[in-house]
Ligand binder design. Structure first.
Ligand SMILES: Nc1ncnc2c1ncn2[C@@H]1O[C@H](COP(=O)(O)OP(=O)(O)OP(=O)(O)O)[C@@H](O)[C@H]1O
Ligand SMILES: [Mg+2]
Length: 153
């Protein structure tokens, strides 16, 4: 099992401003989960959730960052941007729902739902003034999933 005594704290921050940054964040996520001893499937689930969050930063907020953290029990990412926020968070979480310009581009509208399915716990804070923070964790040994969201106005 991962021990902070034998492994340096794997915190890291990847700035997201290009499509290449999304790939870097995805790769970093998978390698981090591998280093922490997660099963192969869980490594890719974590990496895919990170990729969806980073793509949302790129497409809907035009820049931000993915931060990683981990402890003995779980691996976590936080996607942070200072964009315009998610106008209707409840609808954005529904599969098949794209909002705003994403709707016009014909996006699938499945990214947020995928993050919720792939991770064990997700918290979304979004506001038109401050942007969006998506924090999600995956346990080494998964139990019940949790989801919380808030959109202070
Ligand atoms: N970081 C964000 N800032 C602002 N709006 C966002 C952000 N993330 C998501 N959204 C809004 O929530 C909607 C749903 O996001 P979701 O990731 O589920 O779908 P999508 O990005 O439209 O399509 P897909 O991810 O399937 O390509 C988006 O269409 C967008 O309007
Ligand atoms: Mg998306």
């Amino acid at each position: 099992m991962f021990s902070p005594l034998t492994h340096p704290r794997p915190a890291a921050t990847i700035e997201i401003s290009t499509a290449a940054d999304v790939l870097i964040a995805q790769r970093r996520a998978r390698v981090l989960a591998e280093q922490l001893g997660f099963a192969r499937r869980a490594q890719w689930e974590f990496a895919t959730a990170v990729s969806e969050a980073a793509t949302n930063i790129l497409c809907h907020a035009s820049g931000g960052a993915i931060e990683f953290d981990a402890d003995d029990e779980r691996v976590e990412f936080t996607a942070i941007d200072t964009g315009a926020g998610i106008a209707d968070l409840d609808r954005a979480l529904v599969d098949g729902v794209s909002l705003g310009s994403a709707l016009e581009r014909g996006s699938l509208g499945c990214g947020m739902g995928a993050i919720a399915r792939l991770m064990d716990g997700v918290t979304v804070e979004t506001s038109a003034c401050r942007g969006t923070i998506v924090r999600a964790y995956k346990r080494r040994h998964a139990t019940a999933r949790t989801f919380r969201s808030s959109c202070p106005r």
